[in-house]
Design a protein around this ligand. Structure first.
Ligand code: FAD
Length: 383
């Protein structure tokens, strides 16, 4: 792998960096306090092509490779994870999954709108009773002629109240395990679909996280994404690439923590000199710096494998596990560098820590990543 970025990759990173510095970072604390990012950001993300990266241009995407996607995701995550999550879900979990599994009609119906930001997508896998053990989900899809009726509850759904289309996983046959699950593209204005925003989150407060209740929601049979009974494979393939995107977002958090810690250490004086002169403060900064580099390299390795068409799932779990734990450590170390000032939201360290904390939970907890890596190394499944 060549670690030197191509001209195109360097250009898209620069574009994302400037966008993040201009349109996101100055507002991140305000959006966090208001529990709502400015929805206008979605159209801006779309117009720069950030909602269509890696999607073929014939479907309205902006093309590009997965390393470019990771570079943009990192820069957005450096600005505000609440914004980064909009892209990771609408593009990473929904549009890319439609591109990979969709029929021609599904691609034509949804991809141009998702890539431009005219529409947003959400990913409905988790239910109140099933998180890590998603294969036991209970939402039902009952066939009635040329339609399916979907009933059940999805929870913790990112973009939930904002999305125009929900990728919903439901049980469509009698198999009680993963072979019973199919995926459906459900317009969120469908009759019988109710949405409720979840408030009181520790972090990602600017993001619309919601519960979706489906009560006999009728969709045509053509709304099924991928073959009948293959919904779990659809979900797992989406999440494998999704973990790369979460890892890239975590690199952004860790980089923001490093930038904030270095800036503060260079300004704050104690014992007659800036705290950057104190060796134990340098130790905190060195630890953050190593976490940034290691997380970034693990993430780039996944992008490289994806772009080469090689297997990448275990490497994606490795990157997600390490980068999410590293982001929490980095943000906590940055807060320590700030002393008491790190504990108030005038400085970014506290928000970085709150936002980082969920990264070890969603798209597979750290424990689940360890089980996936352990299974790949030993050949024995602990599930
Ligand atoms: P549980 O599965 O109940 O786990 C509880 C604890 O038990 C964890 O520590 C876990 O690691 C541990 N555990 C479980 N099983 C095992 C095991 N076999 N061995 C060892 N330890 C185990 N879901 C979506 O579908 N779409 C979204 O857009 C989405 N966005 C989210 C946004 C936010 C802000 C949050 C908080 C969650 C989101 N989720 C989403 C849900 C998320 O993916 C789940 O919360 C996650 O998968 C964990 O499931 P759970 O919360 O039910 O925890």
């Amino acid at each position: 792998m060549d670690l030197e970025l191509s001209e195109e990759q360097a250009a898209v990173r620069q574009l994302a960096r400037e966008f993040s510095d201009r349109e996101i970072t100055p507002y991140a604390a305000e959006w966090d306090r208001a529990e709502r990012v400015d929805r206008g950001i979605v159209k801006k993300l779309g117009s720069l092509g950030f909602l269509g990266l890696t999607v073929p241009e014939e479907y309205g995407g902006s093309g590009g490779d997965h390393l470019a996607y990771c570079l943009v995701t990192e820069e957005l995550g450096r600005g505000d994870s609440a914004v980064r999550g909009i892209v990771s879900v609408s593009l990473g979990l929904v549009a890319k999954t439609v591109a990979a599994w969709g029929s021609e009609a599904q691609k034509r119906a949804w991809l141009p709108r998702l890539c431009s930001g005219d529409a947003l997508g959400c990913f409905g896998l988790t239910e109140p009773g099933t998180g890590s053990d998603a294969a036991r989900l209970a939402t039902r899809a009952v066939r009635r002629g040329e339609t399916y009726l979907l009933s059940g509850t999805k929870t913790f759904i990112t973009n939930g109240t904002w999305a125009d289309v929900a990728l919903v996983f439901a049980r469509s046959n009698e198999d009680p395990g993963h072979r019973g699950i199919s995926a459906f593209l459900v317009p969120t204005d469908a009759a019988g679909l109710a949405r409720r925003e979840i408030h009181g989150k520790l972090g990602l407060r600017g993001q619309a996280t919601a519960e979706l209740v489906l009560d006999d929601v009728e969709v045509p049979a053509s709304a099924m994404l991928g073959p009948e009974g293959k919904g779990f494979s659809v979900a797992m393939s989406a999440l494998a690439k999704g973990r790369m995107s979460v890892a890239a977002g975590c690199v952004g958090i860790a980089q923001a923590a490093l930038d904030a810690a270095v800036a503060y250490a260079g300004e704050r004086e104690q014992f007659g000199r800036t705290i950057a002169h104190h060796q134990l403060v340098q130790e905190l900064i060195a630890d953050i710096s190593v976490d940034v580099d290691a997380a970034r390299l693990l993430t780039w390795r996944v992008a490289d494998l994806v772009d080469r068409g090689r297997p990448f799932a275990t490497e994606a779990s490795t990157a997600k596990l390490f980068a999410s734990e590293a982001a929490v450590r980095a943000a906590s170390n940055a807060l320590q560098v700030h002393g008491g000032y790190g504990y108030v939201d005038e400085y970014p360290a506290g928000k970085l820590l709150r936002d980082a904390r969920v990264m070890t939970l969603y798209e597979g907890t750290s424990q689940i990543q360890k089980l996936l890596i352990g299974r790949a190394r030993t050949g024995v499944s602990a599930f």
